[in-house]
Design a protein around this ligand. Structure first.
Ligand code: FES
Ligand code: FES
Length: 159
């Protein structure tokens, strides 16, 4: 066991965990942050997608020892405005478009979508079908077309 300190959803946390424990289990089991879902555990299904320093990553495949004190992790729980509770435009678009079916994959889908919109913006363009094709998050319920509609709606709000 060793101590690991980092920031999650704007809060400093310190956890006691074996270096090899994957961050997903630190989030879910030690910190009670259950938005990132467990699907495959091997960086394939993307159900656990969260952000590290603003970029999408999959905490099921990252040992907690790889997270440093300056790293900032954001999960879906960290998207809403902490002061007002107002949802992130991507979350609101999901509700407005009634995207979710069983819901299991949806936190990861939203986190992947936000990162993709930001990546496209950083490259000076809007999100395109080619970007959507690069999102590998699996949805067993097949909500892909509504996901694309919601992302396009939210992207217009993310200025
Ligand atoms: S559980 Fe992390 S990618 Fe599948
Ligand atoms: S909504 Fe059920 S797996 Fe995506």
């Amino acid at each position: 066991m060793s101590q690991h300190t980092f920031t999650v959803n704007g809060k400093r946390v310190t956890v006691d965990a074996d270096d090899k424990v994957r961050l997903l289990w630190v989030l879910r089991d030690l910190l009670g942050i259950t938005g990132p879902k467990y699907g495959c555990g091997i960086n394939v299904c993307k159900a656990c997608t969260s952000h590290i320093n603003g970029k999408a990553f999959n905490p099921c495949s990252v040992p907690v020892s790889a997270i440093g004190p300056d790293d900032e992790i954001t999960t879906i729980e960290g998207l809403a405005d902490p002061e007002t509770g107002e949802l992130h435009p991507m979350q609101q678009a999901w509700l407005d478009r009634d995207v979710a079916q069983c819901g299991y994959c949806q936190p990861g889908q939203i986190m992947a979508a936000i990162a993709k919109v930001k990546q496209a913006r950083a490259e000076g363009r809007e999100i395109s079908d080619a970007d959507f094709d690069e999102i590998r998050n699996i949805c067993r319920c097949g909500t892909y077309s509504r996901i694309r509609e919601a992302v396009r709606t939210a992207a217009a709000e993310m200025r």
